[in-house]
Design a protein around this ligand. Structure first.
Ligand SMILES: Nc1ncnc2c1ncn2[C@@H]1O[C@H](COP(=O)(O)OP(=O)(O)OP(=O)(O)O)[C@@H](O)[C@H]1O
Ligand SMILES: O=c1ccn([C@@H]2O[C@H](COP(=O)(O)O)[C@@H](O)[C@H]2O)c(=O)[nH]1
Length: 286
C-alpha cells in the first residue's frame, strides 16, 4: 500500500468518526428538547441558563457543521470532549474547561482597546469590546440599533438587555475559554444583570487608571470617525464614568479582584504590567 493510499484511508476514517459524533449529538439533542439553542440568536440566549450553553456550545459547533437547523439540548446531552468549554462558572462540569472572564475597565481613552489587542496577539484570548459590539449593532437599522446610536452619541449607557445579549452571542460564537470583556459592566445595572443572567463572575478586573486630561488628549487625537469622540460627548462620558462606572471598580476592589494599572505611560510600559497578570491565568487554562 502506498503512503498516499494510507493517508487517504486515515482521512476517511477521521471523517467517518466525525460524522458519527455529529449524528449522535444531533440525535441526543433532538431527544431532549428542554431548552432551545439557537447559536446566533441573542433574544433566545437571554432566557438560556449558561450551564446549558456549556453543552450547547459544543453541540452547536458540531451541529452547525452538519446542518444549519436549530438544535435543542438539555444538560443531559453529553458534549464531546473536543469542544468542551463550559460557559458557566456556576455549572462547572468534569471534563469541561471553566470559562475565565476578565473585565477590562477604565475611563474613555485610558487604553483598554490598545492593551487588549496586545493580549490577543500574545495569548490568543477572545476580546469582546462592548462598545464595538454596540457600534456594530447600531448599523442594523432596527429600533434597538437606532436607540444605541443615539445613546452612544450622548455618551449614555445602553440598557443591559441589549449589551448582554450581544456579549452572550459573541461569547458563544467565539468559543474560547478565556475572554476579555472590554468596557463592560459600566454601571450597577450592567453588573448585576450580567451576573444574574450568566452566573459569570470575573477572575479579576483590569483597571486602567489615567488622568482625564491625558484621556481627553488621546480621544481628541483618535481618528476613527466615532460619533462620541468630540469634546462635548467626551466630557459627558467622563462624568458617566466617574458616577456610574467607578462604583463598579470599587465594588470589585472591595472583593480584592481589581488589578490597577497606571495607564499614563507608553503602551509598552503599560503592557509590561498587564501581561504577567494574564500570563498567570494561562496556567489555569485547560
Ligand atoms: N499608553 C498610551 N499612550 C499614548 N496613547 C495611547 C496609549 N494607549 C492608547 N493610546 C491611544 O489613545 C487612543 C485611545 O486608546 P484606546 O482606544 O485603546 O482606549 P479605550 O480605553 O479603549 O477607549 P474607549 O473607551 O473610548 O474605547 C487611541 O488613539 C490609542 O492609539
Ligand atoms: O457596556 C457598554 C459599552 C459601551 N456603551 C456605550 O458605547 C460608548 C462607547 O463605548 P467604548 O467602550 O468607549 O467603546 C459608551 O460611551 C456608551 O455610550 C454602553 O452603553 N455600554
Amino acid at each position: 500500500m502506498t503512503v498516499r493510499t494510507r493517508l487517504l484511508q486515515q482521512v476517511f476514517r477521521s471523517l467517518r468518526q466525525a460524522t458519527s459524533r455529529v449524528e449522535s449529538v444531533s440525535k441526543a439533542a433532538l431527544e431532549h428538547p428542554t431548552v432551545t439553542l439557537v447559536a446566533c440568536a441573542p433574544q433566545q440566549s437571554k432566557r438560556m441558563p449558561w450551564s446549558c450553553l456549556g453543552y450547547g456550545f459544543a453541540a452547536a459547533s458540531l451541529v452547525t457543521v452538519a446542518s444549519p437547523l436549530e438544535a435543542s439540548c438539555s444538560p443531559a446531552v453529553a458534549a464531546p470532549q473536543t469542544a468542551g468549554v463550559d460557559l458557566s462558572n456556576a455549572g462547572m462540569t468534569a471534563g469541561k474547561a471553566k470559562l475565565q472572564v476578565i473585565f477590562v475597565l477604565g475611563g474613555p481613552g485610558s487604553g483598554k482597546g490598545t492593551q487588549c489587542a496586545k493580549l490577543v496577539q500574545e495569548f490568543g484570548l477572545l476580546h469582546l469590546s462592548a462598545g464595538d459590539l454596540l457600534r456594530a449593532h447600531m448599523k442594523s437599522g432596527t429600533p434597538d440599533g437606532n436607540m444605541v446610536a443615539e445613546m452612544i452619541k450622548q455618551g449614555q449607557i445602553v440598557p443591559s438587555r441589549v449589551t448582554i445579549s450581544l456579549l452572550e452571542e459573541a461569547m458563544l460564537k467565539g468559543g474560547k475559554q478565556q475572554v476579555l470583556i472590554d468596557g463592560f459592566p459600566r454601571n450597577e445595572e450592567n453588573r448585576a444583570a450580567f451576573e444574574a443572567q450568566t452566573g459569570i463572575e470575573p477572575e479579576f478586573v483590569l483597571f486602567f487608571n489615567c488622568p482625564e486630561a491625558v484621556m481627553e488628549k488621546r480621544l481628541l487625537g483618535r481618528q476613527e470617525g466615532r460619533t462620541d469622540d468630540n469634546i462635548e460627548t467626551i466630557r459627558k462620558r467622563f462624568k458617566v464614568f466617574m458616577e456610574s462606572s467607578m462604583p463598579i471598580i470599587n465594588f470589585y476592589d472591595a472583593k480584592g479582584r481589581v488589578r490597577k494599572i497606571d495607564a499614563d505611560r507608553d503602551p509598552e510600559d503599560v503592557y509590561a504590567d498587564v501581561r504577567p497578570l494574564v500570563e498567570a491565568l494561562q496556567s489555569f487554562a485547560v
